[in-house]
Design a binder for this molecule. Sequence first.
Ligand code: AGP
Length: 592
Amino acid sequence: MCGIVGYTGKSEAIAVLLGGLERLEYRGYDSAGIAIIENGKVVVEKKVGKIRELVRKLWGMPLKGTTGIGHTRWATHGEPSEENAHPHTDEKGEFAVVHNGIIENYIELRKELESKGISLKSDTDTEVIAHLVALNYKGDLLEAVLKTVKKLKGAFAFAVITKHEPGRIVGVKEGSPLVIGIGEGENFLASDIPAILPYTRKVIPLSDGEVVDVTPEGINIYDFEGNPLTKDFMLVQWDIVSAEKGGFKHFMLKEIFEQPRSISDTISGFISQESEIFINLKDYRRIIIIACGTSYHAGLVGKIWIEKYAGVPVEVAYASEFRSGHYPIDENDLVIAISQSGETADTKFAIQGVKEKGASVLSIVNVLGSSIARESDFTLYTHAGPEIGVAATKTFTAQLVALYMLAVYGLEEKEELYERLINIRPKVESILEKAKEIEDIALKYVESKNFLYLGRYLSYPIALEGALKLKEISYIHAEGYPAGEMKHGPIALIDSKMPVVFVAPKDKVYDKILANVEEVLARKGIVISVGTEGDKVLKEKSRDFIGVPEIEEDLTPILTTIPLQLIAYYIANKLGLDVDQPRNLAKTVTVE
Ligand code: AGP
């Protein structure tokens, strides 16, 4: 997720902008920039790398101006580079824009602008906004922005300034966050509260479909039709550190709660990228998915979807094991590398090996321009934004979304299947609304020393993932297992002290997993189940039952994983452990 800051008032804008961007650093970024109106001109300075590089570049340039916008970029379209860094301007440099989110129809808009003889300088989706506002400008910045917004599709928040109207910033909110800060004779815009907290605690979070007109004297809010709206401000009670976590105690919890947006952003991102995916899964004899940890679990789910919808045989291999194996790989094979960081050494070295044998490589990564992305022939980006907590949560569900869309995108009925995904957001939100109920259940088992997680079919990888989440942040031993395998040995483990978490939504294997529940009950095991809301039969058999909303069977993994993330979080939090930085672990494993 990118960071946006805007200021207009009585002070020098540069100090407010740089300070605000520094307080957004926790969000992760690869470049930064500012635009200030100085002596009737828009002056833009931007730099790849950390904000201190930008500060160094600005030394000796006493940029003077009391209106400006700033940005930290988390690349989604276009590699990290100075050209692609924000702010972006129109051809004459009279308008500057900073943007967070995805303009889904940017390729079509780029073509439209180029047909008007406008040449674009960057590879980004953002730049189209600057050119459109300039084209629509007839003397009123607000009017120009309202006209521009009507042409944009996707999830976005942006802020615009122009040399023609110094002192004025216009901001837009649709899908990505944007808050207004209310000062005395000065006003602020930001993508997140920490950026402006030192200057004001009076904020107004904008809602989707709103535009704000900001001057030092005041702010006016409108809907996209230009109708004025009135909104009350709120007083922020947080301190800076907790504000970086959005008021959550840990980044992991914040990221679990970001999943409605990260799922939507990944769907938008896939759709905006779709025209660049010149790959048909059916062209390949076999697909091998290579990954580690949570990404490997995503691969196991992806295997089922790809075999079902593309009809191509899929193998899933741990990257570390794959490298020492003897897979007969050649140009008829497609390797899919899944890695949220895009830097995991085992995965990176594995794909270097397969490329030498002529296989094609598609990677699914969350970090644009990362090593694995650069090593791949094709890259599909998840748009989860930077994930700070070591335990993967929102990047996992984003990987599932990307894999599902990849599996179905070659089908006639893909639009209908995409629609199912787009409608999943409220179902994710309704699970998160049960967080307190889930916490109460989790805390009953905080003393347990061992857990079993069981699932079948699409739920088996989710059982593995739930077990990994618990062990990596609570240090409690937990094992994920195919429920059908229990009778081949592990059922000997069951006794009255063993909590067994069943992932058991209503799907084609439901009756079979119900029988597995009975097997555990017969041995006095403790049954905790994640099932479909309203499933009285399973609920009756379970000591604790967490219901997820009814959904097409294929999409159950995206929902059933969320309660398991929360169970792991609340147990580790209760144990007072370092949830975001568990012992012995790194967020990115760059060693073999
Ligand atoms: C998951 O919670 C762990 N942090 C770990 O297993 C992780 O999934 C694994 O190291 C792979 O990382 P990657 O997706 O960045 O390649």
